[in-house]
Write a protein that binds this ligand. Sequence first.
Ligand SMILES: N[C@@H](CCC(=O)N[C@@H](CS)C(=O)NCC(=O)O)C(=O)O
Length: 115
Amino acid sequence: MALEKAKEIVASSPVVVFSKTYCPFCARVKQLLAQLGASYKAIELDVESDGADLQSALAEWTGQKTVPNVFVKGERIGGCDATMAMHDGGKLVPLLTEAGAIVTASATATTTPSL
Ligand SMILES: N[C@@H](CCC(=O)N[C@@H](CS)C(=O)NCC(=O)O)C(=O)O
């Protein structure tokens, strides 16, 4: 049940961060996404009534017991370290852009009909 819900949440948004409000690693990831101008859905597991169940389901599904647990386009990136490493490797922004989470000026221009 919680596993189904976790999978539904992941499928429902291009970027999902399972997080806790007081977690500094989660704050780092959310801050990075905000700095990159990426839209994302944060699920704060310490606030959700079924947060503990969701966290257990995520551990069962992904093998990761900690937060943040970051997903882009339904694929798991991992925690804060993995997300930062991906960004440092120059791979995060392209993935976020491909996911539609970052709308660039040029992408906006290409969707504007020419006059
Ligand atoms: N190295 C991990 C650190 C994550 C971590 O230690 N998160 C803590 C919260 S700040 C955690 O999930 N603790 C267990 C829990 O809250 O259930 C990462 O890169 O994401």
